[in-house]
Design a protein around this ligand. Structure first.
Ligand code: NAP
Length: 251
């Protein structure tokens, strides 16, 4: 059990890994500030987890600087920042790339992490024991056909995380990247523009990770003693050995 009054911020807490992380952190006794665009979902989750003052939620679009400023300006002292908001849009080849989709993926997965982290570093320092967890992906160090927009963004996010670790060396702020393989969340539905059938085919015949599996890894990294920094935690389903190697049972 962690100290009872530590505060954690989770971005993209309205679904998937972010929502599961919020639940897991609450079980560990953290106070929470949750952010995402779909506020009605945050409202339901916050109520489930006990509501204010222990669990607050505010609208957050990490691609929008004024939204990030408004969200972060409320936070004075912070122990944990989970930069979870992220997504892939489409599966276009480089030749067929839609530039706007690439821009959106970079805005969300790279610039969003930069913005929120910069805005909260002072608050993390103030706690005397801060921790930044960035949701990377195996897409941060692997590639696959049609994935370049997302993998390039997650490679960049990986570089950002490694650089942050270096630049904070000597300060009381830990930096962790949690890099999952296939997780059954809304991720594939978002990637394929709401095409439920195509999204389901990603997990056909195999057992993916659940959002809760990843949340447990995040909590593991966060609950090590303060002198222990888990730099990178890669977690995949047993049925997946790398992004393009998935064991599928037929029938
Ligand atoms: N699922 C996988 O297979 C997988 C694998 C490796 C890594 N990841 C990474 O894990 C993280 C979480 O993904 P997930 O699988 O949980 O997907 P998800 O179920 O689609 O959840 C994504 C979350 O990000 C939020 N979000 C999207 N755009 C946002 C924005 N502009 N500002 C603020 N929040 C935003 C969404 O909330 P709103 O729409 O309400 O804003 C949602 O809460 C992402 O960084 C993803 O890249 C996922």
């Amino acid at each position: 059990m962690s100290e009872p009054h530590k505060l954690a911020v989770v971005t993209g807490a309205s679904a998937g890994i972010g929502a599961a992380t919020a639940r897991a952190l609450r079980r560990e006794g953290f106070r929470l500030v949750l952010g995402a665009r779909r506020v009605e979902r945050l409202e339901r989750l916050a109520a489930e987890l006990g509501g204010p003052p222990e669990v607050e939620y505010h609208p957050l679009d990490v691609t929008d600087p004024p939204s990030v400023r408004k969200f972060t300006s409320r936070i004075g002292r912070l122990h944990v920042l989970v930069n979870n908001a992220g997504a892939a849009y489409g599966l276009d080849s480089i030749e067929g790339a839609v530039e706007e989709r690439w821009r959106e993926m970079f805005e969300l997965n790279v610039m969003g992490v930069l913005r929120v982290t910069r805005a909260l570093l002072g608050a993390l320092r103030s706690s005397g024991d801060g921790h930044v967890v960035n949701l990377g992906s195996i897409a941060g160090f692997e590639i696959y056909r049609g994935g370049a927009g997302y993998t390039a963004a997650k490679h960049a996010a990986h570089a950002l995380t490694r650089t942050l670790r270096l630049e904070l060396l000597g300060e009381p702020i830990r930096v962790t990247e949690v890099a999952p393989g296939l997780v059954d969340t809304e991720f594939s539905r978002v990637r394929f523009g709401g095409d439920v059938e195509r999204a389901a085919s990603v997990y056909r015949g195999m057992t993916p990770l659940a959002a809760e599996d990843v949340a447990e890894c995040i909590v593991f990294a966060l609950t090590r003693p303060a002198h222990v920094n888990i730099d990178q935690l890669v977690v995949m389903p047993r049925d997946q050995a790398q992004s393009t190697e998935v064991h599928r049972r037929e029938g």
